[in-house]
Design a protein around this ligand. Structure first.
Ligand SMILES: [Zn+2]
Length: 262
């Protein structure tokens, strides 16, 4: 059995190749045409056939390589399918162009599943788990036989939480901490940055949850929205992030303000 992680030069984005026998499954093949071609070349070198392509969520950097694997079944959660359909093709192409990247094409959806149910993808039986917070549609994939947990854009050693809902993100982190404690996998692969041990992943999850609670407490103190915003901006993120993501903390503060003030 084979588990190989590929890393994009943009945001250290993870792509995974899982193979068993002559069948392979890709998760988030990304990002540029050249980087996706490198994954396809490795597939050829191994003499395996990609039967399924999965995505952890519908953000452009995770679904932009699906088009390069036209004979595979593109399988995503119902929530991710809804977002892909709502985004439309242009949104993905625009985001890629804004980041100076050529992509394989528009993502497609051939099949869906409900997160929380088992998923048969080629030779693998995967457990799926809804991880809303970064986006409403995050999905974790777990393979027992590979001792592997893939968590999309949570638990990154090179980013802090980028939340579309701070309340939901806290719930997801609490669930992940519980899982990592009670039922730890051998390997944890986040959407950005290096692979982690369960212990490292748990440490990141706890730091991220502390940060989101500090944010919640800070915006609770201000009497007005403006005072709350200022208090939120003073909270220190748990770790640095890339320069082009420096606005993420300010965006989190706005989301935390919505949680309190509507
Ligand atoms: Zn991402």
């Amino acid at each position: 059995m084979i588990v190989e992680r590929f890393e994009s030069s943009l945001w250290e984005t993870s792509s995974l190749l899982l193979a068993k026998g002559n069948e392979a499954v890709l998760i988030d093949p990304a990002i540029s045409v050249a980087e996706v071609a490198r994954i396809a070349a490795r597939v050829s070198e191994l003499g395996v056939e990609v039967t399924h392509v999965l995505a952890t969520h519908a953000d452009w950097d995770h679904v932009c390589g699906i088009a390069a694997f036209s004979s595979a079944v593109a399988t995503v959660s119902e929530a991710t399918a809804t977002r892909i359909r709502a985004n439309g093709d242009e949104a993905i192409a625009e985001r890629a162009a804004a980041n100076g990247v050529d992509i394989a094409g528009e993502p497609r959806v051939d099949g869906t599943f409900h997160a929380g149910t088992g998923l048969r993808a080629g030779p693998f039986l995967l457990e799926t788990l809804a991880l809303p917070g970064h986006t409403p549609d995050g999905t974790a994939f777990r393979s027992r036989e590979l001792d592997l947990l893939v968590v999309g854009d949570h638990l990154s050693a090179i980013e802090f939480p980028f939340a579309t809902s701070t309340a939901t993100y806290r719930g997801t982190l609490a669930a992940l901490i519980d899982l990592l404690r009670r039922d730890p996998p051998g390997r944890v692969v986040p959407g950005h940055g290096p692979e982690l041990t369960a212990a490292d992943a748990q440490e990141i999850a706890e730091a991220d949850l502390r940060y989101l609670w500090e944010l919640r407490d800070a915006v609770s103190t201000g009497a007005t929205r403006e005072a709350a915003r200022e208090a939120g901006l003073a909270v220190e993120p748990p770790r640095p992030a890339a320069d082009d993501l420096a606005q993420a903390h300010a965006a989190n503060v706005e989301v935390a303000l919505v949680e309190r003030f509507a």
